[in-house]
Each structure stands twice: as structure tokens, then as C-alpha cells.
Design a protein around this ligand. Structure first.
Ligand SMILES: [Zn+2]
Length: 234
């Protein structure tokens, strides 16, 4: 492809302006989308979805993006989730990473503050964030506001009965930025509900909110098919 001299001049001009901006705003030097975040811009992000939308995959990719640039990240997972072994984040497509397991009574702010003092932390990432307590979500807002570290949380919005999880309720209330990760129902519509299925393959209406027994016990569905599967008729 031929590059016209006119275009070359223009791109040289863009580069000159970029260089000028880098001198004027030195904090943006390491910048770029998803990269260095100035302290006063740190936010709490909540990426929510139904089951099997690829949350762990997106989390591991985000962490990798930081580490690729030589930045340090901290990964957490509530200890309630032992599917992948305590303190391990595993995605369905085969990616995995070690994470710090977090019990319900543990202070996540204290963990991050101590780690940050030893080695600067560029980003905190939490998988299965629906299992966080309200107090832990508040502690994560302190990680953002007091330490200036961005916090990325990934989790389910609702349980098999269509009720918010405690961690999700707190994140929906307190996070700066809400993003839905989408997956689809067998009909092709967006899946927003999680049907729990019994050994007979039929939908389950009652039971404990937390019953971690493998992803195969849940089917992500659109609301209409979720209601049909549970025999809800108006
Ligand atoms: Zn459907």
C-alpha cells in the first residue's frame, strides 16, 4: 500500500501533538486504554452476568493485560467457592491463575494495603464477587478511594430464585461502573436468569442460595424460558 506524503505529514503531526500532551500531562505517560490509571481516577467496576458468560476468562485476560506491562495485580476469590481448589480462578476455556482466598470475616482492604506497601498494586480483581459481604464491598470502595487502586469485580447478578446475592446487591449499589457481560439462552435471547436443575434435569424452585456443585447444575436462560421451566404461568 502506498502512503501518500500528505498522510505521512498528518500522522507526524498527530505524533507531535501526542508528545506535547505527554510533556504537559506526565501522569498519562504510561497511559492508554485499560492501562495506568491516575490515583484520582480509580473506580470500582462490577461486571455482572448470568452463569457461563465467561466472567473468569475476562478477569484473567484483564489481569494479564496489566502484567504484560510489568504491573502487579492482586487476585481474590471468596473462599466459599472451592470448585477450582481454594484460591484458584479457572475459566471454562482452560485459563487459570492463583488467587488469594477470602473468608467472609476477612478485611480485603487490609490485605490490599499490606500488599501495596510491599509492592505497588496496579489493579485488584475479584472473581465470584456475588459471594462478597456488604462490608467487603465497602472495603473495596476504600481500596479505590483511599489507595487509588482500580477494583474489578466479576460475579452473578442473581441466584437460582431470581434474588440478588449479597455481594451483587452491594456492588450494584456502590460500584462506579456497571457492565453486563452477555450470554444467550437456547432461544437466542439474552440470558439473565440462572435455572438450577435437579438430578432429574428439571428446574428446582427451593433450596439454599449457595450450593456449589459444578456449573452443570445451572442453565442460563432468558426470563421467559426460566419461568416456563419452573411452571410459572400468569
Ligand atoms: Zn429463551
Amino acid at each position: 500500500m502506498l502512503i501518500s506524503p500528505k498522510w505521512r505529514d498528518r500522522s507526524a503531526g498527530i505524533e507531535r501533538r501526542r508528545e506535547r500532551a505527554r510533556r504537559t500531562f506526565p501522569r498519562l505517560r504510561q497511559g492508554g486504554r485499560g492501562g495506568f490509571t491516575p490515583r484520582d481516577m480509580a473506580k470500582v467496576y462490577f461486571y455482572y452476568s448470568a452463569m457461563n458468560a465467561g466472567k473468569s476468562t475476562v478477569l484473567l485476560q484483564s489481569s494479564y493485560n496489566y502484567r504484560e506491562r510489568g504491573m502487579h495485580t492482586l487476585l481474590f476469590v471468596p473462599a466459599i467457592d472451592t470448585r477450582a481448589g481454594v484460591g484458584r480462578i479457572e475459566s471454562r476455556i482452560g485459563l487459570h491463575a492463583d488467587a488469594m482466598p477470602l473468608a467472609a470475616d476477612e478485611n480485603i482492604f487490609a490485605h490490599v494495603k499490606a500488599a501495596h506497601a510491599a509492592q505497588p498494586v496496579a489493579c485488584v480483581l475479584v472473581d465470584e464477587a456475588q459471594f462478597l459481604t456488604r462490608a467487603q464491598v465497602e472495603q473495596l470502595t476504600d481500596v479505590s478511594d483511599a489507595l487509588g487502586i482500580p477494583v474489578l469485580c466479576y460475579g452473578l447478578r442473581t441466584d437460582f430464585q431470581g434474588q440478588l446475592f449479597p455481594g451483587s446487591a452491594a456492588l450494584l449499589a456502590l460500584a462506579d461502573d456497571l457492565t453486563e457481560l452477555k450470554t444467550i439462552c437456547h432461544c437466542g435471547r439474552k440470558a439473565t436468569m440462572n435455572l438450577r436443575v435437579g438430578p432429574d434435569g428439571r428446574g428446582v424452585k427451593v433450596g439454599a442460595q449457595v450450593e456449589i456443585g459444578g456449573n452443570d447444575r445451572y442453565v442460563a436462560m432468558c426470563r421467559r424460558h426460566y419461568k416456563e421451566a419452573l411452571g410459572h404461568t400468569p
